[in-house]
Design a protein around this ligand. Sequence first.
Ligand code: ADP
Length: 782
Amino acid sequence: MNIYEEKDINISDSIFTPFLAMAIGLVLCTSIFVGFLQYWQNQETNISRESERLDFAVQQAARDLKIATDDAKRNVRMLAGTPPIQGILNARAESGSEQIANIKEAVWKDRLAQIFLSLAESNPDLLQIRLIDKTGMELVRINNGQGNPTRVKGNGLQDKSTRAYFAATLADLQDRVRFFGIDLNRERNEIETPHVAVMRVASKVYGRDAELLGVIVINTNMSRVIKRLTNVMEREKIFLMTDKTGAYLSHPDETKTFGRDLGTPYRLQKEYPAIGQLLQGAAHSAKGQSWSVQTDDYLARVARLHLSEELQHHSILIAAVAPMSLLMEQSIVMRDQIIVITLMLVVVATIIASILTRYMASPLQLLTKATSNLSMGAPLESLKVEGRKRRDEVGILLRSVYQMAASLEEKQERIKAILATAENPILSINKRGIIKDVNQATSSLFGYDREEMIGKNVSMLMNAYDRERHNDYLRRFASGGKPNIIGVGREVTAVRKDGSSVQVHLAVSKLRVKGETYYTGIMTDLTELQKVQTMKSEFVSKVSHELRTPLTSIKGSLGLVRSIMPGDLPEQPRKMLDIAYDNCDRLTHLVNDILDMEKIEAGKLTYDVEPIRIVDLLERNIRENRAYGRQYGVSLKLECHSQNLVVSADPYRIEQVMTNLISNAVKHSPDGGEVRIAAEREKDRLHISVTDHGKGIPAAFQEQVFGKFAQADNSGNRRTGGSGLGLAISKEIVRAHGGDISFETEEGVGTTFHVRLKVAETSALEIPEEQDTTTEPLRGIA
Ligand code: ADP
């Protein structure tokens, strides 16, 4: 596995996912919207198409019924006018023998029967054709079963005088062709089985002299007609036919038909109330008219017909009904198709969207991976991902990122090179003290390889004492302590890999990177410096020692010469002698200061501590410096409210400090100025201050005042001289006594140096407390 390999981006985090989701969502929404629109429209279309189909069936049925009734009526009319009718009447009217008359009548009847037979043959729907005598007796009868017409004779002829259609036809005064609706055929008053639906059409028959012969009745087999009509209906669609009361004449369930004949009428109103409403009122279907009825359960087309124009109360209702479930079935097929198409669209859209998104996102994903690998240290070349040459925004982005990374890497390389070639050891740690980076110089100084140091605690470079203190420091800092090493350089002793110690100067700076705190330490190896320093010190001290002895003898000789013959010398040589003596004095002073400083630095300066009454010391000091002050017209004033202030100190060294402070104050006072020396007790401390009214210490120089050989630019001051070591020595002496030295200064106003020393607790020289409360100054020396 590649060590830079980043974990693959989680699919839910990828920019690829929302793109894909959006594309799929869009296609899904559009497909569903279009699909539903299509679905509703389709349903509407289905309904209207079905309605048309039903209408067609209803129209067809209406036409067939009309044809059947019209045919029957026409046939009745035609038969009523045939010659045999007149023949039968004539035969009956003949006055001759009855036998001859009967023979003639029989001949005419035969002829009529022949006509009936040929009519029946040409029309298989004609079930019966009869001529009934006005007394109700059948005269000629043709039965037409199974397309095989036969004449019924003799006993087969029945008496129909009691049948309603016979009576009604005879009673009709208008001589119209009568229509008697559709009911079940009866033979000898019994309903014929299997049931046969018949429609009777009858007409009275007259001779030429308007003599009534009887009635011609044609029974049309409506079962066959109805069967044909029913057969038109496909699948679950049904054909219904009722009489004007709504009783079924045709129904898919045959047991419901002709209930009126059978005694238990089933009515349409009950089963199809919405269609049943059309039975009420007088509306009938004019030419080709039908009504549409739609409920939740079915769609129907309904027509109401008069089978006989003459007798309008005979009406028939026909309906073609399609159950809604059938229509829904088609819609469901359509819906399923829409769902399948939608799913296919979604799949296609997903594939297209994923190809497109991949085209867009894959270089970005590669870039993401490459940049995170880069952050883990992979080479810059890993950013040269596929798609960099593209001319679109993605290509521009990839190229920009590469250029940015390249320039960053260059910068980083530069910084690395600077660090690597820096002569000073540089080391960076985190806030837990773990070494994060080191440069070559650090490795060289400590003898560890870079890898040996990175990840370890920086205490590996410390001695046991510093390690403990460092751990304590980190602990304190972690619990909110204030860092006290930042920005402060200091000398520390570090430990090399081989265990040897090395003195380094350490400067620490703090930096924050991405919320993490780091400390960078820049070290300077002091080994060489210390060697040089030691050599220099040894040289200076050697020179100084070599100088001191001859200087002392020269100064002594000059002093002797001056004191022996002050008046014998002419002015010129005497002045030269004074100058030589002064210079000798200054040189002695300088040499002494240098030697003191060397002793201090070498830790060889020793202190002979004893209780000192500070007033005495200051008085002596002032006495000794008074001549120096007078030289410049500067007076010295001591203010001390307490005589019993005693400190444990080396009197010679404290005097050295005070002499230095007082001579500095005189040196920087204006002519005729005053230097005030004060001593007072502050709790357990003695506070001595030396105040002058000189020009003050320039702000730029204030930090170096206590440094070695530090002298401000005193070009305006004629009282020159001094080594620049006085205050450095004073500071070391005061520190060695456990005290401190500081100053306050204001340019143009003056300067006050403060020395604070510990008051000795018990002392033989201590004066009782009562005498120590004097408010007046005890001594004032001017
Ligand atoms: P020096 O021998 O030059 O006096 P010091 O160490 O005693 O050396 O003093 C260092 C420098 O501090 C002096 O050269 C002077 O510039 C400055 N200084 C010391 N005391 C005073 C003071 N009272 N007023 C102004 N400057 C002073």
